[in-house]
Design a binder for this molecule. Structure first.
Ligand SMILES: Cc1ncc(COP(=O)(O)O)c(C=O)c1O
Length: 413
C-alpha cells in the first residue's frame, strides 16, 4: 500500500476523535503533538464510560457478579495488550506510566543487582524518564553511567556501544524511538550485542508502540516499557513487559495490599506475577480503556498507521527543507524515523514559534522535550516538534507550513 492509499483509507478516522471537531480562530484544530499525548478516539471514551456507568466495582477480591465482570474486563484488557505485542499476561505489568515502569526496574532489579563499580549504559538520546532513575541508582550504588554517542546524522554510534559493551555493563537502557530526533533505533540488534556481552536490556518503547509495528519476541529485550496516553489510551496507565525469570526473582517495588500471598506480623510473602508488582487498587478504568485503544489500533492496522504517518513525515521533511534558515534534527529519511519531526528556525525561540502556530490552531511542542543531555549534544536549548498520529492528513502539513510562513513574517526571519 502506498502512503497516498493509506492516507485515503484513514481520512475518515479523524471523525472518531471528538476533540478534533473543535475550531481555533474559525479553523479546524490541527493537532501535531501526539508524541506528548495522543487524542482519544470515541471507542476508548465509550469503554471508560461503560466501566463507570455499568461495570464499576473493585477487582479480584469481589465474588458478586459486578466485581467478576470488572475483573474480567481488566484482565481481558491485559491479555489483549500482551497478545498484541507478543508478550504474555504474566509478563505484562500495569504501572502509572512509562516513567513508573522504568522506575520499577531501576528500584527492584537495579537495587538488587547493581553494585559498586558496575556500569550502566544509556544513550545520548534518552528521555529524562530513562536517565534520572539510573542516575539515582548509580549514585546510590557508586556505580558508573556511560552514554552511547549519537552521530551527527542522529543515529546511535554502534561502534561506541561495542566499546562500552567490552567493559561488561550490567544493563543497556535505550529508546526504541527518540522523542526528539525521531530515530528508530535497531533495538533487536542492540539487544543481541548486549546479551552477548552479558548485559540486560531495557527498551523505552514509549514512542514506538503507537507508531510502528512492535513484536517483543523479535526485540528480545529483558524489559520493555511504554505508556498508554501516547497510544490513544487514557492517562495514568503505562506498561512494563519483563522476562518472567527476572520478574520472578525481583523483589516487589511498591508494597501493600493486593500484591501479597500471606502477611505475618513481621514479614509477608508475595503473590504471583503480574500482581506482585501491582500493589494497591489498580488503574481499573485506565487498563480497560487501554485495552479498547489497542483493539482500536488493531482494527485500523498498525502497518497502515505506519505507512500513513511515514508518508506525512516524508512530506513534512521535504516541505521544511524549502524554508530558509530551518534545520531539521535527526535522520534525513522518513523510513529511519518515527512519526515526528523536530526543527529549529533561525534564531527564533521555539516557544515563540509554538505560540504563533498555536494562535492559528496548529498545536506543536516547544522546549527541551525532557531530553537535556540530547539538547547539549545537538548544541541547542530547545526545538519545535511536530508529531503525527493516525488522524493527521496532508492538509495538516499544509497548515503547519502556512503557519511557519507566518512565523517568519511576524519574527522577521
Ligand atoms: C521516549 C519517551 N520516554 C518516556 C516518556 C515518559 O512517558 P510518561 O510521562 O508517560 O511516563 C516519554 C514522554 O514524553 C517519551 O517520549
Amino acid at each position: 500500500m502506498t502512503a497516498t492509499e493509506a492516507t485515503a483509507l484513514l481520512a475518515e478516522l479523524a471523525a472518531e476523535f471528538p476533540v478534533l471537531q473543535r475550531e481555533v480562530a474559525g479553523r479546524p484544530l490541527v493537532y501535531l503533538d501526539s508524541s506528548a499525548t495522543s487524542q482519544t478516539p470515541q471507542p476508548v471514551i465509550d469503554a471508560l464510560t461503560r466501566y463507570y456507568t455499568e461495570s464499576r466495582a473493585s477487582i479480584h477480591r469481589g465474588v458478586y457478579p459486578l466485581a467478576v465482570e470488572a475483573t474480567d474486563l481488566f484482565e481481558g484488557a491485559r491479555r489483549r495488550i500482551a497478545e498484541w505485542l507478543g508478550s504474555t499476561p504474566e509478563e505484562t505489568i500495569f504501572a502509572a506510566n512509562a516513567t513508573a515502569a522504568i522506575n520499577l526496574v531501576a528500584y527492584s532489579w537495579g537495587r538488587t543487582n547493581v553494585r559498586r563499580g558496575d556500569l550502566v549504559v544509556l544513550t545520548e538520546m534518552e528521555h529524562h524518564s530513562n536517565i534520572v532513575p539510573w542516575q539515582l541508582l548509580c549514585q546510590e550504588r557508586e556505580a558508573e553511567l556511560a552514554y552511547v554517542r549519537v552521530t551527527d546524522e542522529g543515529m546511535l554510534d554502534l561502534e561506541a556501544l561495542d566499546s562500552l559493551l567490552e567493559r561488561g555493563p550490567r544493563l543497556v537502557a535505550v529508546a526504541h524511538i527518540s522523542n526528539v530526533l525521531g530515530t528508530v533505533n535497531p533495538v533487536a540488534e542492540i539487544a543481541r550485542r548486549a546479551h552477548a556481552a552479558g548485559a540486560l536490556v531495557l527498551v523505552d518503547g514509549t514512542q514506538a508502540v503507537p507508531q510502528i509495528p512492535v513484536d517483543l519476541r523479535e526485540v528480545d529485550a529483558d524489559f520493555y516499557a511504554w505508556t498508554g496516553h501516547k497510544a490513544y489510551g487514557p492517562t495514568g496507565i503505562g506498561v512494563l513487559h519483563g522476562r518472567r525469570e527476572l520478574l520472578e526473582e525481583m523483589p516487589p517495588f511498591i508494597s501493600g495490599g493486593h500484591m501479597i500471598r500471606t502477611v505475618g506480623d513481621d514479614e509477608s510473602t508475595w503473590t504471583d506475577l503480574p500482581w506482585k508488582f501491582e500493589a494497591g487498587t489498580s488503574q481499573i478504568a485506565e487498563a480497560i480503556g487501554l485495552g479498547a485503544a489497542v483493539d482500536w489500533i488493531r482494527a485500523v492496522g498498525i502497518e497502515r498507521i505506519r505507512t500513513h504517518e511515514e508518508g506525512l513525515v516524508a512530506e513534512t521533511l521535504s516541505r521544511l527543507a524549502a524554508i530558509p534558515g530551518l534545520s531539521v534534527q535527526g535522520p534525513a529519511r522518513a523510513q529511519d524515523r518515527g512519526s515526528l519531526v523536530s526543527f529549529t528556525l533561525g534564531g527564533a525561540h521555539p516557544h515563540d514559534i509554538g505560540e504563533i502556530l498555536g494562535r492559528e490552531g496548529v498545536c506543536v511542542r516547544a522546549g527541551h522535550h525532557c531530553a537535556q543531555p540530547l539538547m547539549r549534544r545537538i548544541g541547542t536549548n530547545a526545538t519545535t516538534r511536530a508529531s503525527f498520529a493516525v488522524h493527521n492528513s496532508l492538509a495538516d502539513v499544509d497548515r503547519l507550513i502556512e503557519g511557519l510562513e507566518d512565523v517568519r513574517r511576524v519574527l522577521q526571519l
